[in-house]
Ligand binder design. Structure first.
Ligand code: NAP
Ligand code: ZN
Length: 346
């Protein structure tokens, strides 16, 4: 089946229209007509080949919400017309120790990502959600509540789970003082989710003008990271920090904010990081860790948690043709707080 899509053709070209092929629905497949797709900073890193290894053309998009149009003969959990989601993965080996523990994102054979992976079924590369239709194995399709504002659900599929998973893994609970670094797509979901878990959330930002929004989203306080005196005043006071900064940056000032035995989890920068002062960790038994999206079971848990707590993303809707302007604005930290493409415009 051919479907319309938008692709990057090289690391320095704008995204533009393309036609791609989707496989015919197989026994375990769900065919989805995509209604909305969020724009993650990872889409931009991939289109621009920031991490190396991008194969062009690449169709980004891994925050997908749409309706089922067809299911295979083995599929009983999804029906035509049902509202569903697809996140960052579309397959995994299903037999390694990570997959056995519902941690498909750490699949030892490598999870098949929604875009830019080798496609084990159709050959070639997988293509993401900047398109009209997608065909996905039922194990990687999520159930989306009709209760939530559908347009604003899409970003939960990546920004939501990437922040929910570490907050759960590090057992963030009522009364904890949690810092969220970077008020963008991931950061604004981190603030909402940590707040819903009962934490006292401090927004740590380079953009003082975002302070009022941070408070509206659920932060009780705003800490401007460029203000050295303000940073010193909060040294040693955080139970947990979630760092969403998308580029290499100096971690030492954030480590200083942690209490003894507390952890900062990095979800943003995938590149080498500048020098880390060992004393900052050793004198206080502090920890720096990383975290990658979340497994399928946990993604469903997060979607159910959001339905229960009425949490969605704050979105700016765009037409497909406006994607290149949206990319520029994300790179300028100027998005409130996630762009979502209305796929009707494709
Ligand atoms: P985003 O919307 O661009 O938000 C990032 C925010 O970080 C910006 O709004 C800005 O917030 C802050 N920031 C930007 N440059 C900075 C700098 N040089 N120093 C300090 N702060 C800076 O990006 P996103 O979509 O949330 O994604 C964030 C990162 O997470 C990206 O690298 C993305 O690839 C990655 N990611 C990882 C996973 C995972 O599984 N680990 C999943 C999805 C995305 P302020 O203006 O508030 O400072
Ligand atoms: Zn993403």
């Amino acid at each position: 089946m051919k479907t319309a899509a938008y692709a990057a053709q090289s690391e320095d070209s704008d995204l533009g229209p393309i036609e791609i092929e989707r496989r015919d629905v197989q026994a375990d497949d769900v065919q989805i007509a995509i209604e909305y797709c969020g724009v993650c900073h990872s889409d931009i890193h991939t289109a621009h080949n920031d991490w190396g290894g991008t194969v062009y053309p690449v169709v980004p998009g891994h925050e997908i919400v749409g309706r089922v149009v067809k299911v295979g003969s083995n599929v009983s959990n999804f029906k035509e017309g049902q509202l569903v989601g697809v996140g960052c993965m579309v397959d995994s080996c299903q037999s390694c120790s990570a997959c056995d523990e519902d941690l498909e994102q750490y699949c030892e054979k490598g999870a098949v990502m929604t875009y830019g992976s080798d496609d084990p079924i159709s050959g070639g590369r997988t293509h993401g959600g900047y398109s009209n239709q997608i065909v996905v194995d039922q194990k990687f399709v999520l159930n989306v509540s009709e209760k939530l504002y559908t347009k604003a659900v899409a970003p939960l599929l990546c920004a939501g789970i990437t922040t929910y998973s570490p907050l759960r893994q590090w057992n963030v609970k009522k009364g904890d003082k949690v810092g969220v670094v970077g008020l963008g797509g991931l950061g604004h979901m981190g603030v909402k989710l940590a707040n819903a878990m009962g934490a006292e959330v401090v927004m740590i930002t380079t953009s003082p003008e975002k302070g009022a929004d941070a408070k509206r989203l659920g932060a009780s306080e705003v800490l401007v990271s460029k203000d050295e005196d303000a940073m010193k005043a909060q040294a040693g006071s955080f139970d947990f920090i979630l760092n969403t900064v998308p580029v290499a940056h100096d971690l030492n000032p954030y480590v200083s904010l942690l209490k003894r035995d507390a952890t900062m989890v990095l979800v943003g920068a995938l590149n080498p990081l500048p020098d880390l002062n060992g004393a900052g960790l050793i004198l206080g038994r502090k920890r720096i860790a990383g975290s990658l999206i979340g497994g399928i079971a946990e993604t469903q848990e997060m979607l159910d948690f959001c339905a229960e707590h009425d949490i969605v993303s704050d979105v700016e809707m765009i037409d497909m043709k406006d994607i290149n302007t949206a990319y520029k604005r994300v790179m300028d930290s100027d998005v409130k707080y996630r762009f979502v493409i209305d796929m009707k415009s494709l």
